[in-house]
Design a protein around this ligand. Structure first.
Ligand code: LLP
Length: 431
């Protein structure tokens, strides 16, 4: 648990004994009463603080932080980040719609990544005038040239190269090895840029790399960027100067404990990139997602029952794997904190949801302060890939979302209703 000071990794804290848990200056107990549970709560101050850490660490360079929208695509959060100078990394036409809805003037600050862009998505992005397409295959480059020609709009592209760098992280979110589906083998880069140099519908604007997510060490980023920089110099010599290097996202946080020094982490990351890019004077694009929003958010849930089965104790909450799937999908750890801790000996429990799957758990064999039905708990570090990966499995309406800004809490997404869930369905059979 941490204090609310700017150096702390999380905005969730107990301001005084007996007060219960707060997000910044706002009581979580109060938010639960006002908006119900499960409820996602985010701190705008913390998100902006993280954005600033990136902006400051790279201040010596012409840098644009393109927030990875997939981490948390709430319109209010996109608008907040845009107001403070962020651009965006998107991976679908839907995400572009979101960005334009939240920040209509920001198309020129958008990079479009992803291995499977459709012609319709390319057209939409071309017409919107995005900054660059991060192209992940030769076939995609051909398709992009074709769409650009049809629309008579030149496409700025970057090849997303695969540097064949190993990043220590969960296998599902590692992307920088040749065996992964992502990017173009960096050894093919030079030839590919050369092969389209004369194409009047394509502009070689940059180069990009993204080696994975939740990467704790700065070393793999440095190794990847060194390889990219080498290729940029070769391209320069070949008469193909690029405007920008996009270093991707992936910087990890500490899901355990409370002594994580985010500022030091960003500085270490910036240093690794600076070393690798020594002498590079072009623009640097960054695509952080998790680092900006994960620790700013918590999922607030209420305990429904406490149940014993044999030797196990299960704390059953009103939140479930459909609301936050990271533990089930990646065996991810999320700290769990009672909003009003009870006195008494900690107990070893499983914290689970009501969904009909044994994979529906938030924690297994976790030692927690005693919990009773009606208690509130906060699942920490849930601001990234929480709501964004939620579903309606078991016909469960998704949670509401609240953004805390200073002393104010604002509902930024209402709770879904069952009517919302049924609306797209057609069930009347006509004969
Ligand atoms: N850029 C690209 C091209 C990406 O594919 C990603 C994430 C990012 C940037 C942002 O990475 P970040 O800074 O957030 O690590 N659902 C998983 C994480 C999947 C990451 C996918 N790509 C999780 O909950 O851990």
């Amino acid at each position: 648990m941490t204090s609310a000071s700017t150096a702390s990794p999380r905005p969730f804290h107990i301001p005084q004994p007996g007060s219960g848990l707060y997000c910044g200056a706002v009581s979580l107990g109060k938010l639960a009463r006002q908006f119900g549970t499960p409820l996602y709560v985010y701190s705008a101050d913390q998100i902006l603080e993280r954005l600033r850490l990136f902006q400051q660490a790279f201040a010596g360079h012409d840098t644009l932080v393109c927030y990875a929208v997939k981490a948390n695509s709430a319109l209010a959060i996109l608008a907040l980040l845009a107001q403070h100078g962020a651009g965006f990394d998107i991976v679908s036409g839907g995400e572009l719609e979101r960005v334009l809805a939240a920040a209509p003037d920001s198309a020129g600050r958008v990079v479009f990544s992803g291995v499977g862009k459709t012609p319709a998505e390319m057209d939409f992005a071309l017409e919107s005038g995005i900054l660059e397409f991060n192209v992940e295959s030769e076939a995609e480059l051909e398709l992009l040239a074709d769409r650009a020609r049809r629309l008579k709009r030149k496409a700025r592209f970057a090849l997303r190269v695969n540097p064949d760098v190993f990043a220590e992280t969960h296998p599902y979110i590692s992307t920088g090895l040749r065996e992964h589906k992502f990017g173009i083998d960096i050894r093919r880069g030079l030839a590919l840029y050369k092969s389209v140099a004369g194409n009047r519908w394509l502009e070689a604007h940059g180069i990009s790399v993204h080696i994975g997510s939740q990467i704790r060490s700065a070393d793999p980023f440095g190794a990847a960027l060194e390889r990219v920089h080498r290729l940029v110099r070769q391209l320069d010599r070949a008469g193909i100067p690029l405007c920008s290097i996009d270093a991707g996202g992936g910087l990890g946080i500490d899901y355990h404990g409370g002594s994580f020094d985010a500022a030091a982490k960003v500085r270490e990351y910036a240093q690794a990139l600076e070393n690798a890019l020594d002498g590079y004077t072009g623009r640097l694009l960054l695509e952080p997602g998790r680092f900006l929003v994960a620790q700013a958010g918590a999922l607030l849930a209420r305990v429904l029952h406490v149940k014993r089965n044999g030797s196990k104790t299960f704390v059953i909450t009103d939140a479930a794997m459909n609301d936050l799937i990271r533990p089930a999908l990646y065996q991810a750890h999320h700290e769990i904190v009672p909003v009003r801790p009870r006195a008494g000996k900690p107990r070893v429990v499983d914290v689970v949801g009501p969904v009909c799957e044994s994979g529906d758990f938030f924690a297994r064999d976790r030692s927690l302060a005693p919990l009773a039905p009606g208690d509130l708990i906060a699942l920490l570090d849930a601001g990234a890939y929480g709501m964004a990966q939620s579903s309606n499995y078991n016909t469960r309406p998704r949670p509401a979302e609240v953004l805390v800004e200073g002393r104010k809490a604002r509902l930024i997404r209402r709770r879904e209703t069952i009517a919302d869930l049924l609306a797209p369905e057609i069930h009347v059979i006509e004969d």
